[in-house]
Design a protein around this ligand. Sequence first.
Ligand code: 13P
Ligand code: SF4
Length: 329
Amino acid sequence: MHNMTIQEEVQQFGYVTKSLPAGIDVKGKIFRLKQEKNAVILAHYYVADEIQAIADFVGDSFALAQYSQKVNADMIVFCGVHFMAETAKILNPRIKVVLPDLHAGCSLADAAPEEEFRVFKAQHPEAVVVSYINCTAAVKAMSDYICTSSNAVSVVKSIPGDKEIIFAPDGNLGRYVSKVTGRKMHIWDGACIVHVNISEAKLVQLMKSQPDAQLIAHPECQSSILDKAQFIGSTKALIDYVQNSTHSTFIVATEAGILYKMREAAPGKKIFPAPAMENNTCACAECPYMKMNTLEKVYNAMHFEAPQIQIEPHIQEGALKALHNMLSI
Ligand code: 13P
Ligand code: SF4
């Protein structure tokens, strides 16, 4: 059997599989590589604590997009999921963007395949297309505006009232935006497997046992959970809310990785993650894709500069335009 090349490994496994010797100082090696390669490490709030701890910037999807657009470096190491790394590359094509594991996908991006979306769009030829940033670059290129959970309401509000709107691919976010803005939209019914796995029954039990707690939720949750929430917002908005609120106890209905920065921002407060239907290691909501990022894969991605994100030239222009339309609102 021949030794696999890096490209063969990435093709077969989605990441570089070389393992580091046991006991090695991986963080130290990552820091040295960062300087050598003039790299920045970006992380979403849902990745493991130890990765958030070494990142140069941790943010929600919107802040990560803004940061990627402006950053001056030779390499972005994107500790998040595939559509986020693609977004960084679209916004800053000059920079090498590596994703520690190419298989770190997203159920929302998977819910809207390019060809099916093209057909849906053709059924509503007059509609303005607003796509949640959790979609593929190809779907972005077919969109007029991109939005994130922090600006979906303002993006939809900016569209003249007499225009039809397609909203994709998150059905829960779409229905929430429709409720807040009063706009009827053609909503693509995709879902985030992590947020819809939050158990309403177990949540109600937890709320009973913590009567002083405020429930705060991400808009990817189902409407039955959003209806019970005192505050709804993006991951960054949820962290800011807990930090600035006069309340001291919270139940947080989103992916549990958020607790790392939330507890750092509001050290004195009691924070409970919302319970998931299926029991996993934490009995809370965990994104299996975000958790594919490990320190070893981060190191390998930087060292071997693989897997790298490439955007097909015919997609770049349209996707960039839709992202700019969001960033300029
Ligand atoms: P935000 O980063 O916009 O809060 O979205 C959460 C999410 O599910 C990212 O995949
Ligand atoms: Fe996608 Fe949901 Fe994971 Fe976010 S938490 S990356 S929306 S599957």
